[in-house]
Design a protein around this ligand. Structure first.
Ligand code: SAH
Length: 470
């Protein structure tokens, strides 16, 4: 099993810094499923290629699988694992390049943050659904896909194609994104994960899919194939829908695009409205009821809620801010900032900033929204955010939403928090206590509300606090 990754970004040998693997060395890693060798078949200023060679050891693998593994048959020994790229190769790549995958670049951080020309080649990849599926999955991520079917037997062309393709991807992509995409998408192509899945599988998927999966038009196919037929896929999709920032299309269909057809057998009414849509509606209703004219969305992420705000002409000024420039770029695309009429553009503004540092640009608004943001702040930094938002900026009203941790047991298979980046999730009492203290300290009154389906004991999935001067 072989995979090569090439860059022509000059000096190309910087790839070694990005991967934390020296181009002059051959390195071998011994793992439970076999040996992984990392080496550079070419390394010049113009072009540098790293190769990952995985030699699967079926015997070692069969011995190391846990008692819970689903299969004890001969299939463990007689299969295509040794020859075809699969989830094992994805796991090997993720493992040997784990630092690079996290986005860390140390001495070359700027390069690690930059999309650079890359070429990925996999000579034999099992691909259920054929080349069309490979294109569906990789093209929306910015790759040019060449997927050539491999004939079953070249002495018997009449037997047709095998389920394998030769895959070549070219594109301008961040190295960390490329590695995370391979980790998730190789098993998606193969549609069979090699090891038994645990509950942290959903977290792993959300973490590796961060920044690209939620906005992928085929995220449902990817999630279902990655997590298999277990209830985990449903759980992951629910959680993707939960995460305001993590779902929905980036390139919103324009008005004349086709409206997607509902799935066969379901009418649109039967599908529950996603929680993030209900959250948007609840916060919008509050802002309208308060007669707000100018509003800032703090931690606006990729700008889903901003789109709702911009569509409402009673708001004369709509501003979005976030610490993440990548999210802001997505937000600008989503809002089509570059194509806005002058009249629209005058109302709308995006800027980058951190909510834990005083910023004059945040002052003077009728209302500020903190939607699903506070739980991303380290508890030790939360007092800084309180001072910046409620103290220094001091808008007429502040609307805060955050998960209600008491509701979490309703999500099957959810062990920890709803998203790997959450620093905390509060019970209703904890949120009420925080809200009351912050209101008292900064001269607001506060009212608490629930958003989403009500569970008699656990309350609603989202909790909302409305701070105002009434
Ligand atoms: N409000 C959006 C996004 C929620 S995700 C929504 O509901 O869809 C949380 C967002 O908070 C992320 O976009 C993250 O980049 C941002 N964020 C986290 N810490 C921040 C900080 N210190 N300052 C500003 N934004 C921050």
């Amino acid at each position: 099993m072989l995979l090569t990754l090439t860059t022509t970004h000059r000096p190309a040998t910087d790839l070694g810094f990005l991967l934390f693997k020296h181009p002059g060395r051959v390195q071998e890693f011994v793992r439970s499923f076999g040996n992984v060798t990392v080496f550079y078949p070419e390394a010049s200023d113009e072009r540098c290629t790293v190769a990952v060679l995985l030699e699967v050891d079926p015997v070692r693998m069969a011995r190391s699988v846990g008692r819970d593994a689903p299969c004890f048959s001969l299939g463990q020994y007689v299969n295509d694992r040794s020859y075809a790229a699969s989830s094992l190769l994805g796991a090997a790549v993720a493992d040997v390049f784990s630092t690079a995958r996290s986005g860390r670049g140390d001495s070359h951080q700027e390069l690690a943050d930059t999309a650079i020309p890359l070429e990925i080649s996999i000579p034999v990849l099992p691909c259920r659904g054929g080349p069309a599926v490979a294109r569906r999955v990789f093209e929306p991520l910015g790759w040019t896909v060449e997927a050539e079917p491999i004939v079953l037997d070249d002495r018997h062309p009449d037997w047709g194609d095998s389920r394998y393709v030769r895959l070549r991807l070219t594109g301008t992509v961040r190295v960390a994104d490329a590695l995370n995409q391979l980790y998730v998408l190789l098993p998606v192509m193969d549609e069979s994960k090699h090891y038994w899945q645990g509950n942290d599988e959903v977290d792993k998927l959300l973490r590796s899919g961060s920044g690209w999966l939620a906005t992928h038009p085929d995220r449902e196919l990817i999630t279902r194939r990655y997590l298999g037929r277990s209830g985990l896929a449903r759980d992951a999709l629910v959680r993707l829908a939960e995460l305001g920032d993590e779902v929905d299309e980036v390139f919103a269909p324009s008005d004349d695009d086709d409206v997607p057809h509902p799935e066969p057998g379901s009418t649109p009414d039967e599908r529950p409205e996603p929680l993030n849509a209900r959250r948007h509606k609840a916060v919008l209703d509050v802002l309208l009821a308060l007669g707000v004219r100018t509003v800032v969305d703090l931690g606006c992420g990729s700008g889903q809620f901003l789109r709702t705000l911009v569509a409402e002409w009673s708001f004369t000024r709509v501003v979005g801010t976030d610490v993440s420039t990548r999210s802001l770029q997505t937000a600008a695309r989503r809002l089509r900032l570059d194509k806005m009429s002058e009249r629209q553009a005058e109302r709308v503004e995006l800027f980058q900033g951190a909510l834990t540092y005083t910023d004059e640009r945040l002052a003077g608004f009728d209302a500020a929204v903190l939607m699903e943001v506070i739980e991303h702040i380290d508890p030790g930094r939360l007092p800084a955010l309180e001072r910046v938002v409620f103290g220094a900026a001091h808008p007429g009203a502040v609307v805060v939403t955050t998960p209600n941790s008491e509701y979490n047991p309703v999500y099957e298979g959810l062990d920890g928090m709803r998203h790997p980046d959450h620093r905390f999730e509060w019970t209703r009492d904890e949120f009420a206590a925080w809200s009351a203290r912050v209101a008292a300290e900064h001269g607001y009154t506060v009212q608490l509300h629930g958003v989403g389906d009500v569970d008699a004991e656990r309350g609603t999935p989202t909790q909302m606090a409305v701070f105002s001067h009434e």
